[in-house]
Design a protein around this ligand. Structure first.
Ligand code: FAD
Length: 444
């Protein structure tokens, strides 16, 4: 593994027990740099390798839709790891207590975690580091160019990070080594009953699981193949039409780390002419996605008004008192009870299927700004609904997409108008020019 993917979170003292990979964001067996590095370290020390997942009873409003998708995929991780003599241990409870306790219990020699720019996970890691005495390493297994290598500051927009990432891609877009079968095995007799775990989990069950997308690494591969063979070439022309299933549908898999974006790019390059590098899909998957990690890592206020650029805060402040033509409560938004049939249909699509089309996500969030008393309310409502219903919610892409729509993040000032100020505006007529709005609404 390229050592630039690695960050030392704690130096710690030398011990001789197993190596522990605390799997969080990158929930997969294959193409996972954190797991590959953990295995390299375990082999070097001739000790067993354990993968531990700490299930928290509540995580940023996640519901059974999210937990079910995640746990069904983790059951596959559990089965698959056994082929390599790697134990998978499911812990449950507060990671600040469970991870240090498990380290003591197993006398582990090294803790490894994957990279996540979100505040809550960074806080966990910091506090775990304070509560253990062994070395703690972090590997960026999510981004192709590790977030902290791509840039050491908050980037202004796609155009500022793009050349940095493009320059570094040849170095980091390398093939993954295969996992090896471990000779040193951790004596583990646990047998997780995954269905029981899912059935007895104490979480919000009002948001139903969805069946149009199957969880797990194998299902991801099928979704990817379908995209490459059937949709990739037409992606630039069809990606903005919500009446067409023209996008990859990979965001939930990427969010839960069931596939690596690096594998997606390697597969696309392998199966296509080099001209594929111009396809706008790669701009979304690499630049936009990695820019979102940059935004959330370097701007701790990524989910608040103060995280917006100064020009955007100023213009929204000037327009605070503008009369709103329509005002809705969170409940009215949630129940799709606005005057706008397009907005309501998009909202229902998200509630029912766990996925709103990408083009409509922009319109959806901008209208929440237009129809809320303050930009702060709008931001809170959009994050709440996005994270509650989107299967790919609670992702840096989500916080960034909402901040782009409502707060001008990574965008520039546009013509000034009511409520929005200089934030880019979108309206119903504009949507009608882009796609057949009536057809979309009639599908509802
Ligand atoms: P494709 O068009 O096939 O794109 C491929 C991949 O590129 C996506 O899976 C995603 O990883 C990445 N990508 C695409 N568009 C963007 C973008 N604008 N910014 C960053 N990465 C992008 N994405 C999420 O993953 N989770 C969210 O919660 C989320 N919420 C959003 C909310 C709003 C208001 C907006 C404007 C965007 C949001 N996005 C979110 C970004 C984007 O809309 C989704 O990633 C995309 O629609 C997912 O569908 P797909 O996988 O079929 O995308």
């Amino acid at each position: 593994m390229n050592p630039k993917r690695l960050r030392i979170l704690k130096v710690g003292i030398q011990k001789t027990g197993p190596v522990l990979y605390w799997m969080q964001r990158d929930q997969r067996v294959y193409d996972n740099w954190a797991l590959i590095y953990a295995q390299e370290e375990a082999l070097k020390r001739s000790v067993p390798l354990i993968v531990v997942f700490n299930l928290v009873p509540s995580f940023l409003g996640a519901t059974i839709r999210h937990y079910g998708f995640m746990l069904r995929s983790l059951s596959e991780v559990d089965r698959e790891l056994k082929k390599f003599n790697v134990s998978f241990i499911l812990l449950s409870g507060d990671p600040l207590v469970e991870i240090p306790a498990f380290i003591s219990q197993t006398d582990s020699s090294l803790l490894i975690a994957d990279f996540n720019p979100l505040k809550i996970v960074r806080r966990w890691k910091k506090q775990v580091a304070d509560n253990i005495n062994i070395p703690f390493h972090e590997v960026d297994a999510h981004n192709i160019v590790p977030c902290l290598v791509a840039s050491n500051k908050l980037e202004l927009a796609a155009y500022t990070i793009r050349p940095k990432i493009h320059n570094l891609l040849p170095e980091f877009l390398d093939e993954f080594p295969q996992l090896k079968k471990m000779k040193n095995i951790f004596p583990d007799t646990t047998n997780n009953d995954w269905q029981k775990i899912i059935d007895t989990l104490d979480v919000d069950r009002s948001v139903k699981e969805v069946d149009w997308i199957l969880p797990g690494e194998k299902a991801t591969q099928e979704m990817l193949n379908n995209f490459i063979y059937n949709k990739l070439n037409d992606y630039p022309a069809k990606r903005n039409d919500p009446n067409i299933d023209g996008t990859s549908n990979l965001s939930s898999y990427l969010h839960f780390g069931q596939i690596s974006s690096q594998r997606i790019v390697l597969e696309i390059i392998k199966q296509n002419e080099t001209s594929v590098l111009q396809n706008s899909f790669l701009e979304e998957l690499i630049i936009r996605k990695e820019l979102s990690d940059n935004f959330c890592y370097f701007n701790k206020k990524y989910d608040s008004f103060e995280g917006f650029p100064i020009w955007a805060q100023q213009t929204l402040n000037i327009h605070r008192k503008d009369k709103r033509e329509h005002l809705y409560s969170t409940e009215e938004f949630e129940k799709a009870e606005t005057h706008d049939d397009l907005w309501n249909t998009a909202q229902r699509e998200m509630v029912n299927t766990g996925k709103m089309h990408g083009f409509l996500r922009m319109y959806w969030a901008k209208k929440i700004l237009e129809w809320s008393p303050t930009p702060e309310d709008a931001l809170k409502i959009a994050i709440h609904l996005n994270d509650k219903y989107e299967l790919d919610g609670r992702d840096p892409n989500g916080y960034t997409g909402i901040a782009w729509s409502i707060g001008g993040v990574h965008d520039r000032p546009w013509v000034e108008r009511k409520v929005f100020g200089k934030i880019r505006y979108m309206n119903y007529l504009g949507c009608k020019r882009k796609f057949d709005v009536i057809k979309y609404i009639q599908k509802d």
